[in-house]
Design a protein around this ligand. Structure first.
Ligand code: ATP
Length: 355
């Protein structure tokens, strides 16, 4: 797509944006609520008319082509099934439209029903299904005709945790098997990190950064990307850039805490206000470490834990990851250091300083 944009009255749901998706790629779009993810997907599908710009599929300009003629299938957050048809008939519907033979239709429906654990529900009507089951039927209906492009808008949002994991694996397998291009909108970190070949991070109607999951995790280009990637999120702390030398910069955090970072900055940045980003998993327990505070909240996940340090440490609330077997009592003071290579620094415009 080139310079694609959408305005609803005064709202810029999508500012002019460019994005190229390769055939067979699994692209996941993430970003906070209202940033324009669904709008972008609907523009690609042809369900929304762009204010400006063009959409191309296979090099063909489809900007004015009807949704049904774009050879793509879409799965929505809300799943519209035909209430008077059984699950089996709902799934078979797109194939009937294509006038495929009964045997082919039967085999394909059976295969997707099996993949989505719907085999025992095939004779039921949608009204007799749970929300999660209905969602699986709508996914089955979308993939049964093996479209070249599959658009998915938070397809797993109404499923329970166990089913989400299972469906996530199923999407990964499906992608491998179909080789279809998949464009997938989600709020879920795990889905984005595990499924995507590339992640598109959006914020306020803009594409902030596009890259492989680990690329965005290791080097978020903007504050919006730093907020969107990583769970729990990066600790973001206001600071002043105190000094620049050949190895990097020195930062002064609230409470007169100083920290080094291996980022490059011009000497004229000294004195500027910046935001320091520290991932919870990169903080290293260290008795004399510069970052510390009293534990206000402690979350045990089993293999690891998260300690929330209170603001009285001087630099605001900080979340730190600890090994699962580390015992911590509330009110205990913990201190951490931070390897300079893991310290992220963002300027006042939210742009990351380069490494
Ligand atoms: P969520 O994650 O909450 O679904 P999103 O990132 O998908 O959000 P969009 O649904 O694309 O966001 O909406 C982007 C912006 O455009 C929002 O400010 C929204 O209120 C606005 N918007 C979307 N559709 C319309 C519409 N039909 N009319 C007016 N404004 C709209």
């Amino acid at each position: 797509m080139t310079q694609l944009s959408k305005r609803f009255g005064q709202i810029h749901a999508l500012c002019p944006s460019n994005l190229e998706i390769a055939e067979g790629e699994f692209v996941v779009i993430v970003g906070p609520s209202g940033c324009g993810k669904s709008t972008l997907l609907r523009l690609i599908a042809g369900l929304e008319e762009p204010t400006g710009g063009q959409v191309f599929i296979d090099g063909r300009d489809v900007t004015d082509v009807a949704p049904a003629e774009r050879d793509l299938a879409m799965v929505f957050q809300s799943y519209a099934l035909y209430p008077h048809l059984s699950v089996e008939e709902n799934i078979a519907f797109p194939l009937k439209v294509q006038r495929l033979g009964k045997v082919v239709v039967g085999a394909r429906v059976a295969a997707v029903a099996e993949a989505l654990a719907l085999t025992t529900l095939l004779k039921r009507r949608p009204a007799a299904l749970s929300g999660g089951q209905r969602q699986r039927v709508s996914i089955a209906r979308a993939i049964v005709r093996e479209p070249r492009v599959l658009l998915l808008d938070e397809p797993l949002s109404n499923l329970d945790a166990e089913l989400r994991v299972r469906m996530r694996h199923e999407f990964a397998r499906l992608h491998g098997r179909l080789g279809a291009t998949m464009i997938y909108v989600t709020h879920d970190q795990l889905e984005a990190m595990t499924l995507a070949n590339r992640i598109v991070v959006m914020s306020e109607g803009r594409i902030e950064q596009v890259g492989a999951p680990l690329e965005l995790y290791a080097a978020p280009a903007t504050l919006a990307v730093a907020r969107a990637i990583g769970s729990p999120g990066m600790n973001l702390i206001p600071a002043v850039l105190d000094a620049v030398d050949e190895r990097g910069v020195t930062l002064r955090l609230p409470g007169d805490t100083t920290l080094s970072a291996h980022v490059r900055a011009a000497a004229d940045r000294v004195g500027q206000t910046v935001t320091v980003g520290l991932r919870p998993e990169h903080l290293v327990a260290h008795e004399q470490g510069p970052i510390g505070g009293e534990v206000e909240l402690f979350e045990r996940l089993g293999p690891l834990s998260f300690a929330h340090l209170g603001a009285r440490g001087g630099i605001g609330t900080v979340v730190a990851q600890l090994p699962g077997d580390r015992l911590v009592t509330l009110g205990e003071t913990l201190r951490f250091s931070m390897p300079p290579r893991h310290v992220h620094v963002f300027d006042e415009r939210g742009q990351a300083l380069p490494r």
